[in-house]
Design a protein. Structure first.
Length: 462
């Protein structure tokens, strides 16, 4: 079967109806820098590459530059003023997302804040801070974002943001609007509450009578049932509170990191490392949730899970390696997993949300995907910065190719101003078109009829 460079290969047994994805392929899993909602960074090689054309050092590069000059010459005669067209790129991982007031807000590393009306097209916003941002929630007419160094930001429209005093320098990892107040949680048992997102009060996360001390475990996720607030954390930590002030420690039955929690269908669901999924109807008694995992080389492909959300009668779980779990879950229920990253080397998904009609999942290197049913996913994430090598035209569209740390990139544009990009395994250094076909060459060969969906070709040797 030929390689599909657009990422249309998905797990056929578990998600046969999934539409072709326009997703960001990441490098081999072992090379990825895993940046997740817990703020843990597993570094790899740097992924930023110059966006300017490299100096022509080979005949191939010279040919590419010459092609570009020939194609753009008519434009130069047609106009004296040139417009610089920038390609949509993103190198920062997104950690969480939430919906409210008709817009989505996504928070990420390196002071990243984005807004969107549909979960697909995103606009960068200025948070006014240099901190990495790990959690976001909406309630009482405003967004609250939390992050490193005790950072708390609020906004009524997702555009203008105001810093608030949290009273802590601990990393805050999660936040929710629950029972008429915001609850933020973070490192070393940190729990903060606020009625308005502006004035914050520290709460003791340790058990009553514990001489007013916090837990030592880091706290990650927070959920609300309508009467009970529940927080998950490191070493299998679960704590619950009816008022956000007094907290009780519960036994989750596991000792792994529980990085995300949500409530729906009359039960809490907690997810975490090593593919652990636990559920509880009361926050006290916990049981395993069966998961049907993708099959990789004949074995279940089990990944760590980062976040979970509930909407449309089902749970959706964001995981590493481009894996998403979904299912209604109830008595005897289970979750089905699909590897959206198969054939594309998709990175980790870190956050998930639901707006009443669609799910949005965000993750590594700015990836965002959406679904109305939790099964069929589409996405148009930005791709990483590339060094462009060649450009050609079919008469109706322009097509450019390049290279970056992840492999190669292809771009297509109908007007030379707005460009759509795809990430590929292959590093491309030359391009041509003819007979209704685009051809890209480099460390491999691929063809396309529209510059968007690519098929790898095998060259005869010998």
């Amino acid at each position: 079967m030929p390689d599909d460079f657009s990422g249309t290969l998905v797990h056929r047994q578990l998600a046969p109806t999934m539409r072709p994805l326009e997703l960001l392929p990441s490098p081999q899993r072992s090379r990825l820098a895993s940046v997740n909602a817990r703020g843990i960074i597993r570094p790899s090689t740097p992924c930023v590459v110059s966006t300017t054309l490299q100096s022509a050092r080979t005949i191939t590069w010279l040919f590419g530059l010459l092609t570009c000059a020939v194609l753009l010459l008519p434009l130069a005669h047609a106009q004296d003023v040139w417009t610089v067209s920038s390609l949509r790129v993103q190198t920062t991982s997104l950690n969480a997302t939430a919906f409210g007031g008709g817009i989505w807000v996504a928070s990420g590393d390196n002071q990243t804040l984005l807004t969107s009306t549909d979960g697909s097209v995103w606009t960068p916003r200025n948070p006014g801070t240099n901190a990495s941002l790990t959690g976001v929630a909406y309630g009482s007419g405003k967004f609250v974002v939390v992050g490193a160094g005790g950072t708390i930001l609020t906004s009524s429209d997702g555009i203008l943001w105001t810093a608030r005093t949290s009273g802590t320098t601990k990393l805050l990892r999660g936040v929710i609007f629950a029972g008429g107040q915001f609850v933020a949680v973070g490192n070393e048992g940190t729990v903060l509450t606020s009625p308005d997102g502006i004035a914050w009060t520290a709460r003791f996360s340790g058990p009553p009578g514990g001489s007013g001390t916090n837990l030592t475990q880091d706290l990650y996720g927070v959920a609300y049932s309508g009467s009970l607030c529940l927080v998950s954390g490191s070493l299998g930590t679960i704590i619950t509170s009816a008022d956000g002030i007094t907290w009780l420690t519960q036994n989750s039955g596991v000792t792994v990191e529980l990085t995300g929690v949500a409530y729906g269908n009359g039960r809490f669901m907690a997810v975490g490392d090593s593919g652990v999924v636990r559920e509880s109807t009361n926050g006290t008694n916990w049981v395993d949730v069966p998961v049907t995992w993708p099959i990789d080389d004949g074995l279940p492909y089990i990944v760590s899970l980062e976040a979970v959300t509930f909407g449309g009668g089902k749970f959706v779980v964001a995981g590493h390696g481009g894996v998403i779990l979904q299912g209604a879950v109830g008595v005897g229920g289970s979750l089905q997993a699909a590897e959206l990253g198969e054939g594309t080397n998709m990175g980790n998904f870190n956050g998930a949300g639901h707006d009443g009609s669609r799910f949005v999942v965000v993750g590594q290197v700015g990836a965002t995907v959406t679904s109305t049913n939790g099964v069929d996913w589409t996405g148009m994430p930005p791709i990483t910065v590339s060094t462009l090598q060649a450009v050609t035209s079919s008469g109706s569209a322009y097509f450019a190719v390049g290279v970056n740390t992840y492999g190669g990139t292809t771009y297509v544009s109908t007007d030379g101003l707005a460009w759509t990009g795809r990430q590929n395994y292959t590093s491309f250094r030359g391009a041509a078109s003819g007979g209704g076909v685009y051809v890209a060459v480099g460390s491999g060969v691929a063809t396309s009829s529209n510059g968007r969906v690519w098929i790898g070709r095998t060259l005869p040797f010998g």
